[in-house]
Design a protein around this ligand. Structure first.
Ligand SMILES: [Fe+2]
Length: 282
């Protein structure tokens, strides 16, 4: 036992991880401790402030349910989610860019056929979405599993509606033999991320806007290819330059084209990277 100054304390804590059998875990924990300690020193963190931080993290955990993921939202608004997307291995030229997963994905979405209606009664203006899934050499990818999910025109995902007993505006379909896909849905609209929890408190305290630009979420999985998690954003949206989760990439902005019959059409082609070293289908 010895008296420890701050630097000695950091070294001592990091040293306690020396026997960690998993080398990656040792690296991550050691670095985390070093950066947390450096942060506390940098801002001269008081005990009261750290207690406030612990209370905030506690409330964040307590806000989580099977359909509400406040920690993902916190990671998103702090830019950490998008940072990890950017740290992914470099993809070949032409591969569709990835963006944040977001907190509203639900596994086991309804299985749909090409041409089906994803909206399933969700309020909004009718829209047809089509496109293709290909590899970097242009080869069509048949049978790619395409998960799509979106908010309705009121800005809510189905899981945010406690009175709803079925999935709306989300579904899973597969690309055809030529790599193409098509489904009906509703036009995506801008919406505020949920502000009724600790993340909302953080945004309010820092005078940040919760409004996300309109987008469709996609997750595309195919044997032999890297899984793609991304959005397609709506061209012209007011919030493209101020996304609170930093998810917008110019290559992901597309035109929702109004039609003479009052409907809207979106076409977007996806390109998947070849699988690196692990199977891409979950
Ligand atoms: Fe979203």
């Amino acid at each position: 036992m010895t008296n420890l100054d701050t630097q000695e304390l950091t070294r001592e804590v990091v040293g306690r991880f020396t026997d960690t059998p998993d080398q990656r875990l040792r690296t991550v924990l050691s670095s985390l401790v070093k950066h947390m300690h450096a942060f506390a020193v940098d801002v001269q963190l008081t005990q009261e402030e750290w207690l406030a931080g612990i209370n905030f993290l506690t409330a964040t955990g307590q806000k989580c349910t099977s359909t509400r993921q406040e920690f993902i939202l916190l990671s998103d608004v702090l830019g950490l989610s998008m940072l990890t997307v950017g740290l992914q291995a470099k993809q070949p030229v032409g591969v569709t860019e990835a963006t944040v997963f977001g907190p509203f994905f639900v596994p086991d979405a309804p299985e749909l056929q090409n041409g089906d209606d994803v909206a399933q009664g969700a309020p909004g203006r009718p829209c047809t979405v089509s496109g293709s899934v290909r590899g970097v050499t242009g080869e069509p990818i048949r049978g790619a599993v395409i998960d799509v999910w979106q908010a309705d025109e009121e800005g809510f995902y189905d899981v945010q509606k406690s009175d709803l007993t079925k999935a709306q505006a989300r579904g899973r379909l597969r690309s055809r033999d030529d790599g193409s896909f098509e489904f009906r849905s509703i036009v995506a609209e801008a919406y505020p991320i949920p502000t009724d929890g600790p993340v909302g408190t953080l945004l309010e305290a820092t005078k940040r806007s919760p409004w996300r630009p309109a987008h469709l979420h996609f997750m595309i999985q195919a044997e032999g290819y890297e899984t793609l998690i991304t959005h397609v954003f709506k061209m012209g949206d007011l919030y493209l330059d101020s996304d609170p989760v930093f998810g917008v990439r110019p290559s992901l902005v597309a035109d929702w084209v109004p039609q003479a019959d009052g409907t809207t059409v979106l076409h977007y082609d996806f390109v998947l990277a070849p699988a690196q070293s692990r199977p891409s289908v979950r």
